[in-house]
Design a binder for this molecule. Structure first.
Ligand SMILES: [Zn+2]
Length: 231
């Protein structure tokens, strides 16, 4: 459904009302007393990759942070010097310390505009270029990709940068002391996922192999075919 006017949002809310507020034991009776999500998901702002839609979640299931290119900045207390405001860090802290989430998923995706802006440049409309500034978080990944995959196509380089940015964000998560402590204690698990938009598949980062492996195959590909491909 392509949304062309605001009435479609109003009708969408009415369908939401029917689904979640109708019935004998509506979910919102429980949720009105507070939230208790098990998972913090950090995703991209991109309109094609809504985490609740992709993972078929109900309200209350996932605590979501969305930003350009699903990045996690490193832990920093330099706001007095730089004037930076730490919206992403604040939301991570709230999810970990106040909500006690059990896991954090950084979910990247194919054809990410933020990564493309980093790799191929972005023409801003004025002197305030927030996209360029924000994407500097993963500048080291860009440099590594350009060095190691110098002769590859732009698509291959962008894809590698999308994956590398997820790994860098996982490492940046560990620079927050309350994340690192909980992970060490086995109370918090970190995951890197990647939505392959072309094939409709989901990949997951494996620490053990340092690669992204298929977690949900494209429709029509069986588990045995998947294993054959991997071998
Ligand atoms: Zn994106």
């Amino acid at each position: 459904m392509e949304v062309k006017n605001i009435q479609q949002f109003v009708e969408g809310f009415q369908r939401f009302q029917q689904k979640y507020f109708a019935g004998e034991q509506p979910l919102y009776d429980k949720l009105s007393n507070g939230q208790n999500p098990s998972t913090l998901l950090i995703g991209c702002c991109d309109s094609r990759v809504d985490p609740a839609l992709l993972l078929d979640c109900d309200p209350g299931d996932i605590f979501v942070i969305r930003n350009v290119a699903n990045l996690v900045p490193p832990c920093s207390d330099s706001d007095s010097e730089s004037g930076h405001l730490h919206g992403v860090s604040a939301a991570i802290q709230f999810a970990v310390e106040a909500l006690n989430v059990e896991r954090i998923i950084v979910m990247g995706h194919e054809k990410c505009g933020g990564i493309r802006a980093l790799m191929q440049g972005y023409t801003s409309s004025g002197p305030l270029d927030f996209v360029e500034r924000w994407m500097r978080i993963v500048e080291p990944v860009k440099q590594q990709v350009l060095y190691q995959l110098a002769s590859c196509s732009v698509e291959t380089q962008n894809h590698a940068c999308e994956l590398g940015a997820i790994i860098m964000s996982l490492n940046n998560l560990r620079s927050f002391p309350w994340v690192a402590e909980r992970e060490r204690a086995g109370k918090l698990a970190l995951h890197g996922w990647y939505f392959d938009m072309t094939n409709g598949a989901l990949l997951a980062y494996s620490d053990r192999t340092d690669t992204f492996l298929p977690m949900v195959c494209p429709l029509g590909i069986s588990h045995s075919e998947r294993l054959a491909k991997l071998v």
